[in-house]
Design a protein around this ligand. Structure first.
Ligand SMILES: *[C@@H]1O[C@H](CO)[C@@H](O)[C@H](O)[C@H]1NC(C)=O
Ligand SMILES: *[C@@H]1O[C@H](CO)[C@@H](O)[C@H](O)[C@H]1NC(C)=O
Ligand SMILES: *[C@@H]1O[C@H](CO)[C@@H](O)[C@H](O)[C@H]1NC(C)=O
Length: 369
């Protein structure tokens, strides 16, 4: 059996502290509408950095994912980026600190001085799974480490959500991410950010981020998270006058209700370009959907997780959207891209489209009507 220390690791840490970001207790301006009162967001979903680091193709995929993000960022010049979960494939990362891969994933955005926020997916804090070929010397392939092996030399428990998030926040002034209220732990990425009008006088958009579980705990948005949203939204937006958009990783069960039949052509009112699988939804629905649909201010929910889906479909008063598989890591070989969201202030609109790795665009949709 190989020691974990032989896994090659060549990491370049590119830290950039020079550009202003969004953290409230810093000397930096909050997020606000720019360039004629527009706020543009790029969603990077399912990057899956760190896959098969002990092979050639794993690291090569991360380089390609860098290229996809760079193309999208240079074509769209977004004001903000959302890392929509499965940033890393922790079950493939055989080193103690998976933050080094997380850090690679955020570096194209950081290098361009763009603030971002991230949420967790089901792979980000997963335990390392021993590849069977590591046991081939004994002729007995095993998926899990045998009980006789000592863990003292190297830890394979994965890097926890709190460790990943603390490293992101500590190392990056451009990170708007947050650990969320302790009462919602082990769900960590639960927080809200506001975007101000161009003159800074009032909030125009509230962005809610949720941890939809997976990895170290069940794939669900809990009742406690739903109540947290209810309290926050009633406090920050009592008359539901400010638009709200929602980001989490794993589609809720309600996505299945509006999904086009798998493999069928996507037809109106849904808009999208790939429909290659069934919705892989959360395990249960514990109340968040009732609360979201009761608020006319909630315009859309954005999720990743399904790499073979990129549609938006209306559901009651809001829209359900998939992002677009951005990373070369993870299953599926559909062309990579990123969902873009553009919010304008006067008149208020929320538009979306998909920007591909070859810089083409498609699937334009208006989410505010
Ligand atoms: C501002 O908006 C105009 C028109 O949409 C666009 O051509 C230009 O590239 C934008 N500038 C920046 C800095 O985003
Ligand atoms: C993991 O690495 C990050 C840098 O990517 C660093 O900030 C953090 O302190 C490290 N955590 C541990 C436990 O070594
Ligand atoms: C870009 O990629 C898409 C597939 O995602 C393809 O349909 C389109 O023809 C490509 N455009 C160019 C200019 O290569």
């Amino acid at each position: 059996m190989r020691e974990c220390s032989v896994v090659p690791l060549f990491i370049l840490l590119l830290l950039n502290f020079s550009v202003s970001g969004c953290r409230a207790n810093d000397d930096k301006s909050p997020l606000r509408m720019v360039n004629g009162s527009v706020f543009k967001i790029a969603l990077f979903a399912d990057l899956h950095y760190g896959e098969n680091a002990w092979t050639d193709w794993g690291p090569a995929q991360d380089v390609k994912s860098d290229y996809v993000m760079s193309t999208v960022l240079d074509s769209e010049k977004p004001d903000f980026v959302v890392y929509l979960g499965d940033v890393i494939t922790a079950n493939n990362i055989a080193i103690q600190n998976a933050s080094v891969y997380w850090d690679k994933a955020v570096s194209p955005t950081r290098k361009r001085g763009i603030p971002w926020a991230s949420v967790f997916g089901n792979h980000d804090d997963a335990y390392f799974e021993w590849p069977s070929e590591w046991f081939s010397a004994t002729g007995i392939p095993q998926v899990n480490p045998p009980p006789s092996i000592s863990y003292s030399a190297c830890t394979f428990r994965g890097t926890t959500r709190l460790e990943l998030m603390n490293a992101e926040i500590t190392n990056n002034k451009l990170s708007c991410s947050n650990n969320g209220p302790k009462t919602l732990w082990p769900g960590v990425s639960n927080y809200v950010l506001q975007v101000l009008s161009s003159d800074g006088s009032k909030p125009v958009l509230l962005m809610y981020f949720f941890d939809s579980g997976g990895g170290s705990y069940p794939e669900v948005i809990s009742y406690a998270q739903a109540l947290w949203f209810k309290q926050q939204s009633e406090l920050l937006n009592p008359n539901a006058k400010i638009a709200e958009v929602i980001f989490w990783h794993i589609p809720s069960t309600a996505y299945s209700k509006v999904a086009p039949k798998p493999m069928s052509v996507i037809t109106k009112p849904c808009i999208g370009s790939i429909n290659k699988e069934s919705v892989a939804s959360q395990e249960a629905e514990w109340g968040i959907m009732d609360i979201l649909t009761s608020r006319p201010s909630v315009k859309a929910v954005f999720v990743g997780h399904n790499h073979g889906l990129d549609w938006c479909c209306p559901y009651k008063s809001l829209w359900f959207c998939f992002a677009r598989h951005t990373g070369y890591g993870g299953y599926g070989s559909w062309p990579r891209g990123a969902r873009i969201i553009e919010v304008t202030e006067n008149p208020f609109t929320v538009k979306s489209w998909i920007r591909m790795e070859n810089a083409s665009t498609h699937s334009y949709v208006i989410l505010s009507s």
